[in-house]
Design a protein around this ligand. Structure first.
Ligand SMILES: [Zn+2]
Length: 97
């Protein structure tokens, strides 16, 4: 899948990148939710991360997917009940939206 990423700590590293499709088991403790992103935005936090002001890549990765302001549909989850429908603001700061 395509994702907009930055390399944390490297100023102006924003790029469109092909990344592996995430899966719910990628998130510890069965807390993963796979969502289909309908629309995503870039906000001030993303701009600050791209300015290398803060942000870290998830363990084992050298990049961070940005665009945590989004409207999405939950596709798959396990470990808890999730109501059907739209999901706004998936967890931010994660490689796996
Ligand atoms: Zn935000």
């Amino acid at each position: 899948m395509k994702a907009v990423t930055v390399t944390p700590g490297q100023k102006n590293s924003l790029q469109l990148r092909e990344v592996p499709l995430p899966w719910v088991e990628d998130v510890p403790d069965g807390r993963g939710v796979l969502v289909k992103v309908l629309r995503a935005g870039i906000d001030g936090t993303d701009r600050e991360i791209n300015n290398a002001e803060y942000g870290t890549a998830p363990p084992g990765d050298h990049y961070l997917i940005i665009g945590h302001e989004s409207i999405s549909f939950p596709q798959h989850h396990r470990g808890f009940r999730s109501p059907p429908g739209l999901c706004a603001h998936p967890h931010s700061g994660s490689r796996h939206l």
